[in-house]
Ligand binder design. Structure first.
Ligand SMILES: Cc1ncc(COP(=O)(O)O)c(C=O)c1O
Length: 421
């Protein structure tokens, strides 16, 4: 059976045929590809084709598909028992590893997804500060809890509106939404509501409206403004964490958030999430403090084994310079082709993260990203797929070069892009 047949079959028993909406190709049209296996930078599909993968399972696969040492670690852990619901030594070792690489993470609590990590971080911030409200940024995605599925409302100073049906209005009323990179908007909201705000949550480098970097002073400004009004600063590093160095982005940038959420890379491809911070704040979590959090599979030994091996390999092999060089080669190549062909296109890139934005002007926030030519992105996506390259099937996502990619993979990508009319 090929992808089309599998999709038809899945559609009868899975809503929309998918277990996460972006996989349905709604943003680009066409039939989703079914993957059979992956190794390094390449995947095999149910259509019998091989693709070079620049999606990397949306971020976790920084070392590529099925890296041998990680698969071995998972196999060994699985053979020893899939789950105990009791403590295992590897959980303590894993927390020590993360704490050792991020000075402001003194304690770590593991959960099973990024969504769960953010949910816990928000509750922790509320419990610690005794305040209810949250400030987030338009275009930053923090998982699918009620109060994170919020888009900007009619004005800065009103609570946001829900971006999904079924979300309780009382949840979204408690969330203010500001444009990313707009410190003045944040200051306006904080000066009117600062004493009610428990936390400001941000992706320090945004990855869910395409790759959008913070403008100079934005994150520093958030740090100062939150400290001034007694709100906590949450860096959601589910994408950023361990992406640009063997630590958090906050640590690399020299900006210390109060709470950090992690996911993706720290699970090496297995389901995981984490909340980290200083002991004083983390001690508010049960059983030490009054903020409840629990999970049958939290700290699952198989997931933690994959994550620990991934973090060890990243620490020991330090492939970050390689990914930056490959990322730059790709982004420069894309920009060069765009100029030659006269396309309205530029490529944002940082380390192994990149997004081709289909407009010439820089993208600094969600409005800019929405102003890009979505139809041109869909054409690019399908052209590259036909040529044997899998990129994220949405214009609002970041693509990834992993440590397993080679210069030849990048050059092949560029040659294929050059064939687009
Ligand atoms: C920044 C950020 N936070 C949270 C999440 C939610 O993580 P998960 O999909 O593991 O629930 C994501 C998912 O892409 C994300 O990009």
């Amino acid at each position: 059976m090929d992808s089309k047949q599998w999709f038809e079959r899945a559609n009868k028993v899975i809503p929309g045929g998918v277990n996460s909406p972006v996989r349905a190709f709604t943003g680009v049209g066409g039939t989703p590809v079914y993957f059979r296996s992956g190794k390094g930078s390449k995947v095999q599909t149910e259509d019998g084709t091989e693709l070079i993968d620049f999606c990397g399972s949306w971020g976790p696969l920084i070392l590529g598909h099925a890296r041998e040492e990680i698969v071995d670690a998972v196999s060994k852990a699985a053979a020893d028992g899939l789950s105990f619901g009791a403590n295992t030594a590897i959980e303590a070792e894993f927390a020590e590893l993360v704490c050792g690489q991020v000075p402001y993470i003194e304690m770590l609590r593991l959960v099973s997804s990024g969504t769960e990590a953010v949910m816990t971080a928000i509750r922790l911030a509320r419990g610690y500060t005794g305040r209810r409200k949250i400030l987030k940024f338009d275009g930053c995605y923090h998982g699918h809890t009620d109060y994170m599925l919020v888009a900007s409302g009619s004005g800065l100073l009103t609570g946001g509106i829900s971006s999904s049906a079924g979300v309780s209005p009382s949840a979204t009323e408690e969330v203010f939404v500001a444009p990313y990179n707009d410190l003045a908007a944040v200051q306006e909201i904080l000066s009117a509501n600062g004493d009610e705000i428990a936390a400001v949550i941000v992706e320090p480098i945004a990855g869910n409206m395409g790759l959008v970097e913070p403008v100079e002073g934005f994150l520093e400004g958030l740090r100062a403004a939150t400290a001034n009004c007694g709100a906590l600063l949450i860096f959601d590093e589910v994408i950023n964490g361990f992406r640009l160095g063997p630590t958090t982005y906050g640590n690399l940038a020299g900006i210390t958030p109060d709470i950090t959420t992690l996911g993706k890379i720290i699970g090496g491809g297995m389901p995981i999430g984490a909340i980290g911070g200083v002991t004083e704040i983390m001690s508010t979590l049960a059983p030490l403090g009054p903020v409840y959090q629990a999970g049958t599979l939290s700290g699952n030994p198989v997931a933690v084994a994959a994550g620990r091996k991934t973090l060890e390999l990243l620490r020991d092999e330090n492939p970050y310079l390689k990914m930056e060089i490959l990322g730059q080669r790709l982004a420069k190549g894309i920009s060069h082709i765009a100029t030659e062909k006269g396309w309205e296109l530029h490529c944002a890139q940082r380390g192994g993260m990149f997004t081709p934005f289909f407009r010439k002007e820089p993208v600094r926030n969600l409005d800019d990203s929405k102003a890009c030519d979505q139809a041109a992105h869909a054409r690019y996506f399908h052209h590259m797929l036909e040529q044997g390259f899998y990129t994220p099937p949405s214009a609002f996502e970041v693509a990834f070069v992993s440590a397993a990619h080679t210069e030849a993979d990048i050059d092949a990508f560029l040659e294929a892009l050059g064939r687009m009319i």
